[in-house]
Design a protein around this ligand. Sequence first.
Ligand code: PGA
Length: 219
Amino acid sequence: MDKTIIAANWKSNKTKIEAQKWLSEIALKSFPSNLEVIVFPPFTLLDYFSSFIRVNDIPLKIGAQDVSPFGSGAYTGEVAAEQIKEFADYVLIGHSERRSNFSESNELISQKIQQSVQQGLKPIVCIFDLQQLEGIPEEAIISYEPVGAIGTGQPQDPGQVAEFAKNVKAKSNCPIIYGGSVSPDNMKNYLSIENVSGLLIGGQSLDENSFMKIIENAS
Ligand code: PGA
């Protein structure tokens, strides 16, 4: 993929009213064509998001923050890839918050990737060590997310990100993005790294002004 990826991971944040405010501000701005801007809202907002961007003709892409490792059927509480693809093009898989809080194994993550790819959803797979690369297919995007950098305000040293990205590239052709305390002030340190094709942004994506600043700085 040639475009620079700017992805917003909202985690378990925002009600519909809050999302309406964010989207109506974002709708007034223009989006540079060199960027693939993706928002990962909670499941509760996928339908609203996809209608809003279609009606208002906003060049945003939508992703789901998780996907069932199974297909449709008797899996209470799960949302299948087939259901997600009605609203989204991307899916986030294997975030460290899911690996630690929900004990997600590499095997479960592989099943989720398989379900997504089968349904034509593009997986963004989060990893923090090279062993987690195993089984990630070439259709995926890899997000390097060192655990200590997530939500701490202490982003990873850009030299270490460059080193990790180089090691990933030696084993995989997938595009690589970086996530962990990215802000409008530090983002250029990461986008300038060879082999880094974009950013995954948590906290700073929740405020529409910070997120638009990141988009402007990336263009
Ligand atoms: P953060 O989150 O930007 O708040 O550190 C990044 C992520 O978890 O994807």
